[in-house]
Write a protein that binds this ligand. Structure first.
Ligand code: 9YT
Length: 132
């Protein structure tokens, strides 16, 4: 069994801080679950174009307020606590935060730990591993 506390993980290499967001990666590839699980904070007024060409991601909004734009269709969906979105088509999207948002995120295949977005808004399949 794996038990981890967010507050402890936030003080470790599991926390990645990037432009407009940070993410604490509670489960990673080396845990052997077949997915990774992260608690992500999107900072107020962030506008994040992303395109996870190599991964599927689902995201659940715990708190805060914003929107997600489906770039292919131009459709904009409100994000608020209780809303989940899944990028089942590797959808190119823009995430906007009107308020700081806390999100629970799952990635398949799992992240190694140190990934940040490349120029296309994607994560590479290979990255530096986090080892406790
Ligand atoms: C919601 C979202 O995709 N934010 C970017 C960070 C990502 N969720 C991650 O690495 O955990």
């Amino acid at each position: 069994m794996i038990v981890r506390k967010l507050q402890d993980a936030e003080k470790s290499d599991r926390k990645i801080v990037s432009q407009g967001w940070d993410s604490t990666r509670l489960l990673l590839k080396n845990d052997g679950m077949g997915f990774s699980f992260h608690i992500t904070t999107i900072y107020k007024d962030a506008e994040l174009p992303m395109h996870y060409q190599n991964h599927l991601e689902s995201v659940y909004c715990i708190s805060g307020k914003g929107s997600i734009e489906d770039v292919a269709t131009g459709e904009v969906h409100a994000i608020a606590p209780g809303v989940m979105y899944a990028l089942n088509l590797h959808d190119k999207h823009i995430l906007r935060a009107e308020e700081e948002m806390k999100m629970a995120c799952v990635f398949n295949p799992p992240l190694h730990g140190r990934e940040v977005h490349n120029v296309n808004g994607a994560y590479e399949l290979e990255a530096e591993e986090v080892v406790d």
